[in-house]
Design a protein around this ligand. Structure first.
Ligand code: NAD
Ligand code: TYD
Length: 340
């Protein structure tokens, strides 16, 4: 692989992938396309911007003309599409932008990939396309053949994009792959999501808003393990295939929040139970047998190690998240959680 075009590279997982790729394949060129929405920050890419192998374009993936121009100029070998509206709560409040970016933006990238002969188009998807699993059936897991059964406008938009990607393979022979990963955590995670939100609120001695009873279960994976899984799929994955990515690390929300309190020596009395999310998925759990058996991928970072690294990162990188929690984020926060 020589030139990899990464969309959404100024966001959480995309930026971790940019850094991972530049370090793992120093000869490769990484071309990042990101619209810099509220979730994308150029400061996240500060170090990458000093690397001559890295190029950045502030461009919306829905802007067909601009995207075609970038493809014409850069002629990427591979495209990895991370660009998306990614927050379930925001999708419940305002679904339209989710359909625009996640579905129509994906279509523009697929068309450009066809037009410019991209050798591999990889779609970064989510386990949320499978809907949820009941809490009382710990024997059930999502496999690649679990039917799509979405709950939120976010997951419905991601599932729509997946279907379109697979249709471009079947109809036009575009060499695509899809990964469906469980919840990620780690550096550069936007503080609207559970783990960074709880860390940041703890550090400000602010209430920790837990939805419902906090019994919902997510299967947490350290972000670098996700990047490595995508690397394995890009190198050796079979085209037209979907690969589930997850680490068999199921945790209840309340247990995560308690652990964060403990790590930061904050009292559990900060925990505040708030109204549940509409249509809240109960449990996500991935069966990663396919990627493990076919591509030899396994998660390398335990949750104990990963959460330690993550909490330390937020303690050491206040200059990254402090500016982020002002401005647009502040009005979002007040709308969601009140002025606490
Ligand atoms: P994020 O919200 O942190 O980052 C998204 C990035 O996409 C931002 O930099 C934003 O500026 C950019 N973007 C948004 N709309 C754009 C547009 N129209 N054109 C160009 N850029 C645009 O998201 P994330 O958590 O890093 O997720 C990345 C991808 O991984 C998403 O596709 C998401 O569905 C998927 N995913 C996320 C998780 C998770 O736990 N975070 C798990 C599985 C899959
Ligand atoms: P989130 O990080 O938004 O990821 P997702 O909804 O994509 O899994 O939420 C993770 C879990 O944490 C989910 O069950 C909702 C819950 N949650 C809270 O309890 N309080 C919060 O303030 C947030 C943002 C999430």
């Amino acid at each position: 692989m020589k030139k990899v075009l990464v969309t959404g590279g100024a966001g959480f997982i995309g930026s971790n992938f940019v850094y991972y790729w530049l370090e793992r394949y120093p000869e490769d060129r990484v071309i990042c396309v990101d619209a810099l929405t509220y979730a994308g920050n150029l400061s996240t890419l500060e170090k990458a911007l000093q690397n001559p192998q890295f190029r950045f374009y502030k461009t919306d993936i829905c802007d067909r003309e601009a995207i075609y121009e970038i493809f014409r100029k850069e002629m990427p070998d591979a495209v990895v599409n991370f660009a998306a509206e990614s927050h379930v709560d925001r999708s419940i409040d305002a679904p339209e932008i989710f359909l625009k970016t996640n579905v129509l933006g994906t279509q523009v990238l697929l068309d450009a990939s066809r037009a410019f002969g991209v050798k591999r188009y990889h779609q970064v998807s989510t386990d949320e396309v499978y809907g949820d699993l009941p809490l009382d059936r710990p024997d059930l897991f999502f496999t690649e053949s679990t039917p799509i059964h979405t709950s939120s406008p976010y997951s419905a938009s991601k599932a729509s994009a997946d279907l379109l990607v697979l249709a471009y393979h079947r109809t036009y022979g575009l060499p695509v792959t899809v990964s469906r990963c469980s919840n990620n955590y780690g550096p550069y995670h936007f503080p609207e999501k559970l783990i960074p939100l709880m860390i940041v609120n703890c550090l400000h001695d602010k209430p920790l808003p837990v939805y419902g009873e906090g019994l919902n279960v997510r299967d947490w994976l350290y972000v670098t393990d996700h990047c490595k899984a995508i690397d394995r799929i890009l190198c050796d994955g079979r085209v037209g295939e979907v690969y589930n990515v997850g680490g068999h690390n199921e945790m209840r929300n309340i247990d995560i929040v308690r652990l964060i309190c403990q790590k930061l020596s904050k009292p559990e009395s900060l925990i505040t139970y708030v109204a549940d999310r509409k249509g809240h998925d109960m449990r996500y759990a991935i069966d990663p047998a396919k990627i493990s058996e076919e591509l030899g991928w396994k998660p390398e970072t335990s949750f104990a190690e990963g959460i330690e690294k993550t909490v330390s990162w937020y303690l050491e990188n206040r200059s990254w998240w402090e500016p982020i929690i002002s401005g647009e984020y502040r009005s979002y926060y007040e709308k969601m959680y009140g002025k606490a």
